[in-house]
Design a protein around this ligand. Sequence first.
Ligand code: ADP
Length: 468
Amino acid sequence: MNIIHISAECYPIAKVGGLADVVGALPKYQNALGLKSSVIMPFYDKKFTADNTFVSVYKSQVLLNEVVRDFEVLILKENSLDFDVFFINVPSLLFKDYVYSFDDTDRFLAFQIAALDWILTLDEKPNIFHCHDHHTGLVPFMLQESFKYKSLNNIPVITTIHNAQYQGGFGYDKLGFIPEFDLKNAGLLDWNNQINPLAAAIKCAWRVTTVSPSYMEELKLEANGLQDLLKAESQKCVGILNGIDAAVWNPEKDEYLISNFLEKNVNLGRGKNKKWLCETFNLDTSKPLFAFIGRLVYEKGSDLLPEVFQTILKEENCSILLLGSGNKEVEEQLKALKEEHKGNYDAFIGYDEKLSHIIYGGADFLLMPSRVEPCGLNQMYSLRYGTIPIVRSTGGLKDTVIDIANENGFGICHDEVTVAEIEHAIQRGITLYKDQDKFKKTRKYIMKIDHSWDASASEYIELYKSIN
Ligand code: ADP
């Protein structure tokens, strides 16, 4: 079975968040299970592009709003990834040093149209299109409705919603950008008097998946306006938990770590990573180290962190390290705490892949006070590396973390996203840390929990088979 994933992100080529990790891992696992799985993505002007050589395999032109633009399809000259990647370049729109910005509508429209134009020319057509998020949300619509893609419209198409907060809506002034279709069916594009690519995908895809079962249920209640649509389409919707790439996220081999480790030498290995973190950020190694990694946005609960940190650092004996960027006001508040809590707190505002790995390998606890968490990968990485997750029970966090007070529990969970509940959860972490026996046993236990893609990759295969 030949699967084509269509995505804006793919690790290690271009990563903004979890979407990249999923699209960089799932095809690899699918190939290992005997499928032929590949990725189509935009060609960005990123480090990966500069570090690699590409070969052009197709050249043509794409029509976007009556403007003809050159485009080309490229592949890697030497591909060390475990799956094929086809890069779509529309130089005037896609070859940028960013993935997302103000001009996303035009860029991703051009990407989707060029990708389908190219697929039309292939002798061997895919058996399944697997689209990811709203950036590729018009693919199911165009396959079903656009006259020029008629020969592709018997190929099943799946859309995976990684985050329903973002829907890519745009005005009807750009209706003419979409390859010609019967205007009687324009309603399929519509949600609240806008063209809404995510809504169009939910309506037109053969199956819709979300990245965890709990998130699927939550979306039927609240999906940034699309809840009624998801309820109405629920017979074709299913939640499949993301996995992690156990080859990339492997504490025994991870080249980013200061010290590699296995369960048997976890205390020593993690100790060295923690020491490096503490030396680098001027923190005390003897105190429990709490960390946060992620986008500083409302869904992640990051707006409450400055107040939580201020209180906890005044009252408790612990250290806190944050890695993230996003909301400028929150960034400023987090920076402002540095002076007052020197020696117990630091924040690295920015994106740093290496540092994130060392934090998973050296911090004692990872905070995820998310309001919305479709799946969440951070908690799965932290489990694999032996960092105890402190999470708000929602979405994928609810599906992957059991509170330590329960049978077979290993993490710390809270129900509400309030300053008081997050503080209480951190206090529970401090209490656990004081009981070093229990703390270390828990650490070893969580490292054995298997969240690799093995299980979920098979669930996707079953889904593909059910519609092929
Ligand atoms: P989301 O996709 O909503 O941002 P996920 O938990 O699904 O959240 O995935 C987040 C991914 O991005 C993880 O791999 C995490 O380690 C990484 N990440 C997030 N922020 C940063 C950062 N500032 N520096 C390095 N890695 C980050």
